[in-house]
Design a protein around this ligand. Structure first.
Ligand SMILES: N[C@@H](CCC(=O)N[C@@H](CSC=O)C(=O)NCC(=O)O)C(=O)O
Length: 282
C-alpha cells in the first residue's frame, strides 16, 4: 500500500483546489514535496493528469505561483502535478554549494556515481514513484498522463516521454536544455551524477535519445529569441536537427523578444495546456 502524503497547505483556485504536500520518497530516500492542482471536474470523476518539471533553482511552487497555469487546467479539466527539482537536506557534502548543481538541480536523472546515487534518483521519482502515489490518492486517470516542463525540467520532460512512450500521451517544453552533453550545465550535472562514462550520458540526452526512441505524437517546444541561455546552454537547433534526422514530429516555435523567465512561460502556457488536453482527452 502506498502511504498518503501529508497535506502542508491548501487553497481554493479557479473553482478547484491547489495543495502542497510532503511525503517520504523511497526512491530518493528523503522527504520530497510536490504540489497538485485539482480542477473542478475532478470532484465528479477522475481526470487526466499533467506533470510539470521545473528548472534549476525551482521548487514545487514556482509554476503554481508564477505561470497562471491553474486557470487553463481548470478550463481543460486536467489535474496538474509539480514535483520538486531535487531531494533536499540529504547531508551530502557540497549539495548547497552551487545553484546549478545539487539541491534544486537534480536534472531528472538517476545518479549512479557516489555520493549522489544515495539520494538523487529524480528520474525514478518522477516517472514511477510520484505517478503511483498520485494514482493511489487523487482522482486521476493514470493511463492518461502528459508531461511538460521548463529548461532543466523541459529537458527532463522530453527524456521521460522519449524513454516511456507507453506512459505519456503528450509532451511539451519551454526553453528546454536540448543537448545536455554539449552544454556547461549538462556536462557539470552528468559528470557528478553519472560519472565519466559517456555511454551513460547518452541515456539522458534528449538529442541523442530521439535518434533511437521517437515519440508517437508531436513534441511542442516554445523558445524565447531573447533568452539569455539560448546559445550556450539550450541549443534547440541540435534537437531540431536530431528530430529531422529521426523523423520525429516537432513543433518548435521561436518567440521573438522573450527571455527565459516565467513571464515567457505565462505568455504561452495556455497553448501548452491545450496541446496536452487534445491528446489526453482523445
Ligand atoms: N537567477 C536565476 C538563475 C537560475 C534560473 O534562471 N533558473 C530558471 C531555470 S534555468 C534552467 O533550468 C528558473 O526557472 N528560475 C526560477 C524562477 O522562478 O524564475 C535564479 O536564481 O532563479
Amino acid at each position: 500500500m502506498i502511504s498518503a502524503p501529508d497535506l502542508i497547505s491548501q487553497t481554493r483556485c479557479f473553482d478547484g483546489t491547489l495543495g502542497f504536500y510532503k511525503h517520504f520518497s523511497s526512491s530518493c530516500r528523503s522527504e520530497m514535496k510536490f504540489s497538485v492542482y485539482q480542477p473542478p471536474q475532478a470532484i465528479a470523476s477522475p481526470v487526466p493528469v499533467l506533470y510539470y518539471l521545473s528548472g534549476l533553482t525551482c521548487t514545487e511552487e514556482n509554476v503554481m505561483a508564477k505561470s497562471g497555469v491553474q486557470q487553463y487546467a481548470a478550463e481543460q479539466g486536467l489535474m496538474l502535478v509539480a514535483s520538486d527539482t531535487s531531494p533536499r537536506d540529504t547531508g551530502i557534502p557540497g549539495e548547497t554549494d552551487d545553484w546549478d548543481f545539487g539541491i534544486g538541480a537534480g536534472f531528472y536523472v538517476d545518479a549512479i556515481a557516489e555520493p549522489w546515487s544515495q539520494h538523487y534518483q529524480m528520474y525514478s521519482y518522477v516517472v514511477n514513484e510520484l505517478p503511483a502515489l498520485i494514482a493511489a490518492h487523487f482522482p486521476v486517470l493514470p493511463d492518461r498522463q502528459g508531461i511538460f516542463g521548463h529548461s532543466m525540467g523541459g529537458h527532463g520532460a522530453l527524456v521521460c516521454a522519449l524513454k516511456n512512450r507507453d506512459r505519456y500521451r503528450s509532451v511539451s517544453a519551454f526553453a528546454p536544455i536540448c543537448a545536455p552533453m554539449r552544454c556547461p550545465w549538462g556536462q557539470k550535472a552528468f559528470t557528478h551524477y553519472l560519472g565519466n562514462d559517456k555511454t551513460q550520458w547518452h541515456t539522458y540526452d534528449a538529442s541523442e535519445l530521439v535518434l533511437t526512441a521517437s515519440f508517437p505524437g508531436s513534441i511542442l517546444i516554445d523558445q524565447g529569441g531573447a533568452d539569455q541561455f539560448l546559445n550556450n546552454q539550450l541549443m534547440p537547433d541540435v534537437f531540431e536537427q536530431a528530430c529531422k534526422t529521426a523523423g520525429q514530429s516537432l513543433i518548435l516555435r521561436r518567440q521573438a523578444g522573450y527571455d527565459h523567465s516565467y513571464y515567457f512561460i505565462a505568455t504561452f502556457i495556455a497553448d501548452h495546456v491545450r496541446h496536452h488536453a487534445i491528446a489526453l482527452y482523445a
